[in-house]
Design a protein around this ligand. Sequence first.
Ligand SMILES: Cc1cc2nc3c(=O)[nH]c(=O)nc-3n(C[C@H](O)[C@H](O)[C@H](O)COP(=O)(O)OP(=O)(O)OC[C@H]3O[C@@H](n4cnc5c(N)ncnc54)[C@H](O)[C@@H]3O)c2cc1C
Ligand code: FES
Length: 293
Amino acid sequence: MKDIQFKITKNEQVNQDTIRLVITADEKLPAITAGQFLQLEVPDNTLILRRPFCIYDYDGYSITLYVAVVGKGTEALKKAKVWDALKAILPLGNGFFNDGSSDAELLRSARNDGRSFGFAQDDKKDDKGGRQGGVPTWIDEYKNIGILGGGIGCAPLYRITKDYPTKNFFAYLGFNTKDRILFTEDYKKTCKKLVITTADGTAYEKGYALDYIKKDLSQLDAIIMCGPHGLVKAAKTALADTKIPVFVSLEERMACGVGACLVCTCPIEVGGATKNKRVCFDGPVFSLQEVIV
Ligand SMILES: Cc1cc2nc3c(=O)[nH]c(=O)nc-3n(C[C@H](O)[C@H](O)[C@H](O)COP(=O)(O)OP(=O)(O)OC[C@H]3O[C@@H](n4cnc5c(N)ncnc54)[C@H](O)[C@@H]3O)c2cc1C
Ligand code: FES
């Protein structure tokens, strides 16, 4: 984890309330794992706390973020100019693969059969921070992986599909309306199947992505998901009986982002007991089975 000085190198509006931000550092970025996030300074002197955003994509020096403009901090980011300087702490959280030290137990239980995962203890990274393969991780045990995303929650799931070109990814991305649809061109390139839904039926399939992934469960070995609270809650019920491991990336309000303040704690059920876990440090990725919603 490192506090790094960045400059904004792109800031474009991609729909009514979302911007795509590319930030570039002078120094080489530390290795990043799919599903990790950063804490970004916002260009407003009245806002001291940094804001958490998932790392959508990255190369050796640059990071791409998609930011939904929902309040003062994200509004300030929308107004920021190219070459404005911002600091960010990264990489944060466990991501979809970790070194096995912090939450091995949580991830193991997602599989429901008690076998342990092979974590990437000393996994190799290529010079762009991506994975080179080599040491097995949990994903190496699965071939057909479902991606379930809702709205801006589709963002943290993209990089995993890019990092593993030999896997079959089946993506189910849900949006409220046609003009909120994002990320489709990227996912088209990396996924074997892509189902896009709109709740109001203004484009693609009408309804909810969860209903479509449910129809294809027999083809899937594992699911990774992220989205609004309502989606996590509905998935918890709808996928309760499946033996497929489901990994969910949670969002909580955060302050420090590094495990020190306890602002982001949420209850997680571990082995029949409820424990408070810090989403920023123990997560944001948990087993859906263990999340209490
Ligand atoms: C690990 C993580 C990854 C995230 N990744 C992204 C991302 O890639 N893109 C993106 O647009 N947003 C992401 N978020 C949510 C983002 O951090 C918040 O929307 C942002 O901090 C709001 O800042 P603000 O100052 O504009 O809003 P505020 O004025 O602080 O709040 C405005 C509204 O946003 C809600 N809100 C604030 N913080 C959060 C939060 N952490 N989670 C959910 N709702 C929140 C508030 O309840 C309120 O309704 C992520 C959050 C977490 C915890
Ligand atoms: S935000 Fe401080 S402990 Fe998670």
